[in-house]
Design a protein around this ligand. Structure first.
Ligand SMILES: Nc1nc2c(ncn2[C@@H]2O[C@H](COP(=O)(O)OP(=O)(O)OP(=O)(O)O)[C@@H](O)[C@H]2O)c(=O)[nH]1
Ligand SMILES: [Mg+2]
Length: 348
């Protein structure tokens, strides 16, 4: 950032503004660097004492909400046609997606009268979004017969292992005995990362060597879970690019082998999508849905993105429920997705 040389001549207010600007840039850089840094043992494990949750559900969506609020400013001031156009553009900018944005706006049109003002338009938008998202669908808590089996899938870096750690901690807090299966045998350090999360969450971990067959690890974990009377088994998997057919073959095999240990198969196939990837998450979701029969989505990193609108497209275009949202890197930064609160956070 350029600080003008003659700034000292312009009085304390300008200096204060410049200092604030520089601090904001430094803060932004620090945040960006943190986000770029890959997961490592120190980050996942050392944990450095208690960590404050990022905030409530509303705070987690702050960036999407702020971006949308700016685009919805003055809605209705320039007549109906301009209002609907503005609405559509605002939704697309929040990564609702063109197709979904168009149908949402059509729905709002049906709900409000032609001369509707900004307040009525927002109310129409909220009602439309709430209806489209439907009721909250929480992640399973208890299976027909223990253990509850959760298979976690998603491309690399989407936040699978972190979400598993947070989820495990949540089940443990709820009095459940949890076991994690280190099914990502592909990426160096993945097993250790899961073990560190297991320790942090108070969950057991079943792991083989790096390079082992993921289906075999997960099978062993399920057998161990049954033998040890565990309540929940959560299975990590590798996340190489979805374009590689081998990953999809591997996941299909994992599901087949899981059924040898627990004939009903996984109770939950949780697809972890990176909220910052917006519409790209949609194409990933389509492929995973076709191959492993996804039962719900965990949408991560919503704390750092203005693309939270993708939640609406995931439900609308794929028919998948977002069950969990990741709102930070800490063990407490996982929330159940609440459609009504989300819409309130988004539209205000
Ligand atoms: N800000 C933020 N960061 C997150 C969130 N969830 C995960 N991360 C970060 O995203 C990075 C990748 O997370 P992982 O859990 O290792 O992702 P993964 O899907 O297991 O990745 P692979 O094991 O490589 O397939 C880590 O630096 C996490 O701390 C979230 O909700 N918010
Ligand atoms: Mg991982």
């Amino acid at each position: 950032m350029d600080v003008p040389v003659d700034i000292l001549a312009q009085g304390p207010a300008v200096i204060a503004a410049a200092v604030a600007g520089v601090l904001a840039v430094i803060g932004g850089l620090a945040f960006a660097l943190r986000r770029r840094r890959g997961p490592d043992a120190a980050e996942a494990g050392a944990g450095a004492g208690p960590r404050q949750p990022t905030g409530g559900f509303f705070a987690g969506f702050a960036r999407t909400r702020e971006a949308l609020a700016a685009r919805l400013a003055g809605l209705g001031d320039k007549g109906a046609d301009a209002a609907f156009e503005q609405l559509e553009e605002a939704l697309i900018s929040a990564d609702v997606g063109v197709k979904t944005a168009t149908t949402v706006v059509e729905g709002v049109r049906r709900r409000v009268s032609r001369g509707a003002d900004g307040v009525a338009l927002r109310a129409g938008l909220k009602a439309e979004l709430v209806e489209r998202l439907g009721a909250a669908v929480p992640i399973a808590d208890a299976p027909p017969a223990a253990p509850l089996v959760i298979l976690v899938v998603g491309v690399n870096g989407s936040g699978k292992t972190t979400t598993i750690g947070k989820l495990a901690a949540r089940y443990v807090r709820g009095g459940k005995k949890v076991l994690l299966a280190a099914g990502d045998t592909f990426r160096a350090g993945a097993i250790e990362q899961l073990q560190i999360w297991g320790e942090r969450a108070g969950a057991q971990v079943v792991a083989h060597q790096e390079g082992a067959d993921p289906a075999a690890v997960i099978f062993d974990a399920l057998e161990a879970g049954k033998a040890r009377g565990v309540d929940v088994v959560i299975c990590d998997t590798a996340g190489r690019l979805q374009a590689q057919s081998t990953l999809m073959d591997q996941l299909s095999k994992v599901v087949r082998v899981m059924k040898k240990a627990v004939p009903r198969g996984p109770d939950e196939v949780l697809l972890v999508l990176d909220g910052t990837s917006g519409q790209n998450a949609m194409s990933q979701a389509r492929i995973f849905k076709a191959v492993v029969g996804v039962t719900g989505v965990a949408l991560t990193k919503l704390d750092g993105t203005a693309k939270g609108g993708v939640v609406v497209a995931i439900k609308d275009e794929l028919g998948l429920d977002v069950k969990l949202v990741g709102l930070g890197e800490g063990v407490d930064d996982l929330r159940d997705f609440e459609p009504a609160a989300f819409v309130e956070a988004l539209v205000g």
